[in-house]
Design a protein around this ligand. Structure first.
Ligand code: SF4
Length: 479
């Protein structure tokens, strides 16, 4: 479970230099961010709803084993089957085995970040199944051979021209660029036939309801509804935290999810699935399977400092609010989950050593906390992860700071512990750095602190402190 690329710095720099992607990323702010603010402003009980949402998630995560048991029992009572997968490999293999055993030919997928954790579409294609994404954004990404850029808008970085080139094999440079409606119709035409011949679907789960054994899917394109009704086998995949106790809780969570994700009051489709088609029903799949995946979530559950991240309902609001995400884009984060919440989830699920740059990729401005509908304190957890990379136990492979870096900070700390030490340290640092400075500023510093000056100038300490200057001036005035 390694990040796709560990090169946050290079990927971020690449995105920041790409004018087209920067232009596309503006929509994250003008569309989603502003839409959420308006939707929240139009909802007088918004803060109350956020508190309720947080309380529901806190309670559910604190009693996760109980609610997972209840969910599994009720899905089975409804005629479905439940599979608990320890990791992505197990989940993927289970789905592949299901498909082989049922002689499946074509599989349609609707949007699911958990299936991205398993790289499911690629694996199913490699196994010989025709596997097609049906969410428009995911379909575009699949055609481009990329990974999603955003939790709810996977292809937000693509221009209309790029989408036209992907959707239309005959599109030539210089042709008129179709508008969004025309592009959607092109995708729709291609996907209709796939829906008709699909014999299995794999969907995500926005929420699973423990008391009824049902799952809820939120979409705007209707592909979720088609995927859960047309093929004869429906497999739903979820992370083990995507659960709410009751239908009443579901209604609260839907209100905050949809407003926070797209700024809508309600999405075009909210699909409830209560298992396979009953004998007296006319539509729906013959089989329903629910795959519940751990894949590192237990590490989060066992970690009191980071457990709160399991409250995430994947609305994407923290991405839209984050000034760093809006510049570096989704692929810089290297794995399935980008943005502020990804900077917490990815290091824990893939290893802090590999993803140590992510918690540092934040200005700690707190915009993510303000935006989060379930009030997850992302900045606090980012600081916790930074603390672990700097001072965590060397045995846990968390610590990534070098000996030199730790030595510098120890010296700095010692110097800050008393007035006399501070004055002495400041004087020594001035003497040491002055030969390298120009007009009091360092433009370059030697390793291991050379990165400090790679993007900014650094002022050296003054030759004497303000206090000693003032004291000299006062003495002079008195004499
Ligand atoms: S952390 Fe909060 S704002 Fe970010 S995706 Fe999760 S629920 Fe949404």
């Amino acid at each position: 479970m390694k990040p796709l690329t560990l090169n946050f710095r290079n990927k971020a720099a690449e995105t920041m230099g790409d004018k087209q992607v920067q232009q596309s990323l503006e929509h994250v702010y003008t569309g989603f961010f502003k839409g959420r603010l308006e939707a929240a402003g139009d909802t007088p009980e918004w803060e109350e709803l956020r508190d309720k949402g947080k309380a529901i998630k806190d309670h559910t995560i604190a009693h996760l084993d109980y609610y997972l048991g209840m969910l599994a029992d009720n899905v089975e009572k409804n005629g479905g089957s439940v599979y608990f997968a320890e990791n992505a490999d197990e989940a993927r293999q289970h789905i592949i085995d299901l498909a082989h055993a049922r002689n499946i030919k074509t599989i349609i997928k609707s949007k699911s970040m958990v299936s991205e954790e398993m790289a499911l579409a690629e694996s199913l294609n490699d196994e010989g199944f025709e596997t097609v994404e049906t969410d428009l954004g995911e379909y575009i990404i699949q055609l481009a051979g990329e990974t999603p850029y955003h939790l709810i808008a996977p292809a937000v970085h693509k221009s209309r021209l790029e989408v036209a080139e992907l959707l239309d094999d005959n599109y030539k440079s210089g042709d008129r660029v179709p508008d969004a409606t025309e592009l959607t119709m092109m995708a729709r035409e291609k996907l209709r036939g796939v829906f008709a011949r699909a014999d299995m679907s794999v969907t995500g789960v926005n929420f699973a309801v423990a008391e009824s054994g049902s799952i809820a899917l939120v979409t705007n394109e209707g592909n979720g509804r088609m995927s859960t009704t047309v093929p004869r086998v429906h497999v739903a995949v979820m992370g083990m935290e995507k659960i709410v106790p009751s239908i009443q809780d579901l209604s609260t969570m839907l209100r905050i999810l949809i407003r926070s994700a797209t700024g809508q009051r309600i999405s075009t489709y909210v699909t409830m699935v209560n298992g396979a088609r009953a004998s007296d029903e006319e539509e729906g799949p013959e089989e329903f399977h629910l795959v519940i995946m751990n894949n590192g979530r237990q590490n989060l559950l066992a970690d009191p400092q980071l457990r709160e991240s399991l409250n995430c309902i994947r609305c994407g609001a923290c991405l839209n609010a984050c000034p760093v995400y809006r510049k570096v884009g989704g692929h810089a984060y290297g794995w399935v989950y980008p943005g502020p919440i990804g900077s917490i989830v990815t290091p824990v699920m893939t290893g802090l050593k590999d993803a140590h740059n992510l918690p540092a990729a934040s200005s700690l401005c707190g915009a993510c906390l303000d935006a989060c509908p379930v009030k997850i304190n992302i900045p606090r957890m980012l600081l916790e992860l930074r603390h672990r990379t700097a001072e965590g136990s060397a045995d846990t492979a968390e610590r990534t700071s070098s000996k030199a870096e730790r030595g510098i900070w120890k010296l700095w700390r010692a110097g800050m512990m008393g007035r006399k030490r501070f004055d002495l340290g400041a004087r020594l640092s001035w003497l040491l750095l002055r030969p390298m400075a120009k007009n009091g500023w360092l433009k370059k510093t030697p390793p291991p602190i050379s990165r400090w000056t790679s993007t900014r100038d650094f002022p050296i300490m003054a030759s004497s402190s303000l206090r000693s200057k003032l004291s000299k001036r006062t003495k002079k005035a008195k004499s």
